[in-house]
Design a protein around this ligand. Structure first.
Ligand SMILES: *[C@@H]1O[C@H](CO)[C@@H](O)[C@H](O)[C@H]1NC(C)=O
Ligand SMILES: *[C@@H]1O[C@H](CO)[C@@H](O)[C@H](O)[C@H]1NC(C)=O
Ligand SMILES: *[C@@H]1O[C@H](CO)[C@@H](O)[C@H](O)[C@H]1NC(C)=O
Ligand SMILES: *[C@@H]1O[C@H](CO)[C@@H](O)[C@H](O)[C@H]1NC(C)=O
Ligand SMILES: [Zn+2]
Length: 439
């Protein structure tokens, strides 16, 4: 396909690594070293399914040849979800914005999607400077009021952050679809597991067939933005463009519109949250322990050259321990963009998780939530309140500031739409500003 280059994949991943606070600059050059066969003495991998020993899974390892992807599904086929439309004809690449860049906001499409915010309360919070706590101390000082996950792990009642039942493990893979996804899909099929895939729009238009394979195999598909930029630093229009184009790419490929999203790097605050919810996309983040430990496999650090596969496996052991001790189930973070992250999942993480005693119940996120599969798409949801845009009465005060954020489209913003509670009186200027924005 004309858009595809491996450099694009790498630049997308480098973008992930770059914005991480603790990422040294050399991580950006991971692709340079990976391409150089003299940097390692490990044997080249001959076959598609061979996974190297853990000690060899590291930055600079040789890459294996990938068998060409062969689609097993065709337009007109019936998906496994009750009520879903048949698979559409092949996605047309015309009309999409440039890959891996924040899409322009002056297009007719984005202007149309902006109308979806009408009737919803979008908090008047300034964009963060660069989505990092250190880069924006003023915003970081307001992190709790902003519901900013990046600085302190703040979440709201509308966020999906864990599986309710102890020992249930919601597995998720971000940043694909990629050529490597096929290997992961084979493994999941072999183990009879479903997972949730948080996909990047720029990757979806490169590999719609791989996305179809995920969807038709019973995995869940969710929005992970167009360019993989972090969201709290963007304007409302840019956030709408990032989510809107990805939602459209998925819809064009699969015929269904996702009802969920995951912000890159978990970077969400009440503004990003409200925009996502207004667009019918419920945020899903990976689980944190009460003291701030994260169920992050750290596979991305290996691909970025920050730690070795062995070190990532050690961190993975703490996920097993923490997962056994917290009161609820949990959602973990893994990636299917790079060979390294897929090798770790397929060769080590999944098997280790499956063999654990006491037993974990590995599932997709929707399965661990006991949601019917249809909840994940607008065309098939039979849940009157999922996504929340289907609320027809009342609403939800997402951020606890006394203002009802999620309201029925039918509710006028000047009448019963907003309740002002006593808690508002004791709130700070921040809330007053939010109110001003709405008046
Ligand atoms: C596991 O829990 C410990 C203690 O709560 C925490 O320090 C660590 O970061 C956690 N690790 C993971 C991967 O969740
Ligand atoms: C319906 O959605 C709500 C959230 O709006 C959720 O709490 C509930 O569990 C869902 N029910 C089903 C059956 O999916
Ligand atoms: C949710 O709303 C959409 C339109 O926004 C509608 O097509 C769908 O039928 C609704 N679903 C439910 C369960 O009410
Ligand atoms: C708006 O209200 C009308 C009349 O009560 C109802 O038929 C319709 O479904 C509502 N639409 C939405 C989006 O809630
Ligand atoms: Zn990501």
């Amino acid at each position: 396909m004309k858009f595809f280059t491996s450099a694009l994949l790498v630049s997308s991943f480098a973008a992930i690594a770059e914005a991480r606070l603790d990422t040294p600059l050399h991580a950006r050059h991971a692709h340079v070293k990976r391409a150089d066969p003299t940097t390692t003495s490990a044997p080249a991998q001959a076959t598609y399914t061979t996974i190297p020993p853990l000690s060899e899974i590291t930055f600079g390892m040789p890459t294996r040849a990938i068998t060409a992807f062969v689609a097993t599904h065709t337009p007109g086929e019936t998906p496994p979800i009750s009520g879903a439309p048949v698979l559409p004809s092949a996605l047309s690449l015309t009309g999409y914005p440039p890959q891996d860049k924040i899409p322009p906001t002056d297009s007719a499409q984005v202007k149309e999607w902006m109308k979806e915010l009408e009737g919803f309360h979008i908090p008047d919070i300034s964009p963060t400077k660069d989505s990092t706590c250190a880069g924006d101390p003023a915003a970081a000082a307001q992190a709790a009021q902003r519901g900013w996950w990046t600085c302190g792990g703040h979440t709201r009642s509308t966020d999906i952050v864990s599986c309710p039942t102890k020992f249930d493990w919601g597995i998720s893979f971000d940043d694909g679809p990629s050529p490597q996804s096929a290997i992961l899909l084979d493994k999941l099929k072999q183990e009879k597991l479903h997972a949730t895939f948080f996909v990047v729009g720029s990757r979806v238009i490169e590999r719609p067939g791989m996305l179809i394979e995920e969807y038709m195999s019973g995995h869940e598909v969710s929005v992970h933005t167009w360019s993989h930029n972090t969201l709290t630093k963007l304007t409302n229009e840019q956030i709408v463009a990032e989510l809107g184009w990805t939602r459209k790419a998925i819809r064009d490929a699969l015929g269904v519109t996702p009802t969920t999203m995951r912000p890159p790097q978990g970077d969400i605050d009440d503004r990003v949250r409200a925009i996502s919810l207004a667009m019918g996309l419920v945020p899903i983040i990976w689980t944190s322990t009460p003291d701030g430990g994260k169920f992050d496999s750290n596979d991305w650090r290996v691909a970025g050259g920050l730690i070795t596969g062995v070190q990532a496996f050690d961190i993975f052991q703490t996920i097993l321990t923490n997962g056994s001790t917290i009161d609820t189930g949990f959602i973990s973070l893994q990636h299917d963009l790079f060979e390294i992250t897929v090798d770790l999942a397929v060769g080590y993480f999944l098997d280790t998780a499956l063999k654990h005693t006491p037993k974990f119940n590995l599932q997709s996120i929707g399965e661990c939530l006991d949601y019917p599969a249809g909840n994940f798409y607008r065309e098939t949801t039979v849940n009157k309140t999922f996504p929340y845009t289907n609320l027809t009465a009342g609403g939800i005060d997402v951020d606890g500031d006394g203002i009802v954020d999620i309201i029925s489209k039918n509710t006028s913003t000047t009448s019963a739409g907003f309740r002002v509670s006593a808690s508002l009186l004791s709130s700070v200027t921040f809330v007053a500003l939010a109110l001003l924005g709405q008046l």
